[in-house]
Design a protein around this ligand. Structure first.
Ligand SMILES: [Zn+2]
Length: 432
């Protein structure tokens, strides 16, 4: 969070003449102000463009179509594809996806020149994302063009795309290492010729959330068109940067599934929505089919042959696992105590870990119930001690803990051999 604007600073207990207790303001309440688009943003899903730049990525046409359809069903606003001039197959794939008739608009990413723009129009894209490097590094070491040339070409390309009736975004590459005056005057110019969006791209992943906030807020004061943002994750800031960009008035965020892209990638779709569903639950839940996140991530993970990271927001294998006894007790009473995200929103279930030395008797009591057994609290405490004792000696599996519970139960007075007939499924605890 940037904390540079909004309501937080104005909060506080005011006046001493108010009668009765004054509710304490939440110091961590969402920051909001008139610039913020946190509850009104659009996603440009770039798995099929940025994601194709991921080291392991090779998407055949069938896979691209499958991913595009899934992203469309999920509810993303735009799907961005690799430039049709990258290869002949890229051209044909763009044509094929543009013809699917998806609700999401099909964009393709092109360099800032008329030949690329013409090819993209021919390939059937509904919008073009034009990009050119403006930083001194790229001007010197990549394309070698000066700002005057860049501006002239940009206007020419934008006017051509508009004349074809397509949407157009114009973006600099490496925006955060570009000269601010150059950048703002270029964007002011393209805004004046009717560009739909300008783009801020942290191509090298160098920006911090505060820098993002400052740049976007400044740009918001200079252009009237939409602002698209693109954040690489080299220093782990890609979600925070996207969030701050929206707070500062950006309108569009680029994502890719699992964050795949050049180097270690960009803002991941799932992680970004984890952030956004906390900040703008109504908007996010009404617009995106959150229960498809796992399926889409699994689809892409398989296509590029990676595993979902253990600590991935929402879908990491332990994202909704509670282990410590104190946590488990509170979670079983009220999941909000240790969960900011509700697994049910994503079609997932929470798991209360009970087969460890950190377990507590509340978690074990739930497991006893799931196994269809009846014990008094004192008995549960006793069997919990046995589980902890074994778990102190070696790591134990669910089966080990279950067998301790069953054996203990059988030893209780009046219990016969055939009373334990409960489930042996792992303890997934559904709860409100
Ligand atoms: Zn990128």
């Amino acid at each position: 969070m940037c904390g540079t604007n909004g309501a937080n600073g104005a909060n506080g207990v005011t006046g001493s003449s108010i009668a009765g207790p004054v509710p304490r303001p939440n110091p961590y309440a969402n920051t909001s102000d008139f610039l913020s688009n946190v509850a009104n943003f659009k996603i440009i899903e770039s798995t099929l463009r940025e994601g194709e730049q991921f080291a392991n990525a090779y998407f055949d046409t069938e896979t691209k179509i499958k991913i595009a359809k899934a992203l469309d069903a999920f509810g993303v606003d735009y799907i961005e594809l690799t430039s049709p001039v990258a290869s002949e197959q890229s051209f044909r794939d763009c044509q094929a996806i543009a013809k699917l008739g998806l609700k999401a608009k099909i964009l393709t990413h092109i360099r800032c020149n008329l030949d690329d723009a013409r090819a993209a129009v021919e390939a059937g894209a509904q919008g073009l994302d034009v990009v050119i490097g403006t930083s001194s590094f790229l001007r010197e070491h990549s394309h070698g063009k000066d700002m005057e040339y860049i501006t002239k070409t940009a206007v020419e390309v934008i006017e051509y795309i508009k004349s074809q009736g397509l949407e157009v975004r114009f973006s600099s590459e490496d925006s955060f290492r570009s000269d601010l005056v150059d950048l703002l005057s270029l964007y002011k110019k393209v805004d004046s010729v009717g560009v739909n969006r300008v783009g801020i791209a942290d191509t090298v992943g160098c920006a911090s959330p505060r820098q993002v906030y400052e740049l976007i807020r400044t740009l918001r004061g200079v252009v009237s068109c939409d602002i698209e943002t693109h954040f690489h994750n080299d220093t782990g800031c890609s979600i925070a940067n996207a969030y701050c960009a929206l707070e500062a008035g950006a309108t569009h965020v680029d994502t890719s599934v699992l964050g795949i892209g050049e180097r270690n990638g960009i803002t991941p779709l799932g992680g970004f929505l984890a952030r956004m569903v906390v900040s703008a639950p109504e908007y996010v839940k009404s617009k995106y089919k959150l229960n498809m996140i796992k399926e889409i991530e699994d689809m892409v993970a398989e296509a590029v042959q990676v595993n979902t990271p253990f600590n991935n927001p929402i879908t990491g294998f332990c994202a909704f696992t509670h282990k410590a006894g104190i946590h488990a007790k509170a979670i079983l009473n009220n999941p909000s105590t240790y969960e900011i995200l509700n697994p049910e929103d994503f079609g997932l279930t929470r798991y209360v870990h009970f087969a460890s030395r950190l377990t507590g008797w509340n978690a074990v009591k739930t497991r006893v119930g799931q196994l269809g057994l009846t014990m008094t609290d004192d008995q549960v405490k006793e069997v919990t001690a046995k589980i902890k004792a074994l778990a102190d000696v070696r790591p134990i599996a669910i089966d080990d803990a279950d067998s301790i519970i069953r054996t203990y139960h059988l030893s209780l007075p009046g219990v016969s051999q055939n009373t334990s007939n409960g489930t042996s499924e792992p303890v997934a605890v559904n709860g409100a």
